[in-house]
Design a protein around this ligand. Sequence first.
Ligand code: IMP
Ligand code: MG
Length: 190
Amino acid sequence: MGCNRNHNDKPVCTHENIAKVLFSEEDIQKRVSELGQLLTSEYDGKNPVFLGVLKGVILFYTDLIREVKIPLQVDFMAASSYRNGTVGGELVIKKDTTVDLCGRHVVIVEDIVDSGNTLSLLTKEILSRKPASLKVVTLLDKKERREVPFEADVVGFECPNEFVVGYGLDFDERYRNLPFIGVLKPECYA
Ligand code: IMP
Ligand code: MG
């Protein structure tokens, strides 16, 4: 671990492979608490299903649901998009939800929207199951990288056009357990 500074210029502890911290543990917890309050008032009395998209969402999901102070149901999906030459690609569901979503208020919880491919396909798939409502909450939004139009309903932070790790997000299945979000040193991608 070493020392680094976040965008508020506060010193924070970092991993030796992190070049720069974009969102500190403190920044994230503050924003997650705000999102929790928003969702608490929006879904009061609706018994929503919070559908987390594995694996990148793990830390955001578990922190977020603790800040949502109403009854809700938890479940997870694992899905990715696959380019097979067709327009928009194809959704590959590696793990499906076991909850019947018909007539339910569904909140998809994601770590990051990048090209938009995964979420545009996933939302179509979930809508085909006839939920009462559907919203997408993402911790990070990398708007500059969109390949297909997609707007999340609730965004934690706008993310610069850089590959980020930590707080659930990985590079080659590493760094998911860092409590902050940062950018790796260039030599770590080699
Ligand atoms: P999409 O390009 O919007 O379909 O995003 C697909 C998935 O790629 C996201 O859900 C993340 O799991 C992953 N991803 C996109 N950008 C990053 C990043 O900067 N760091 C780590 N994972 C990322
Ligand atoms: Mg993801």
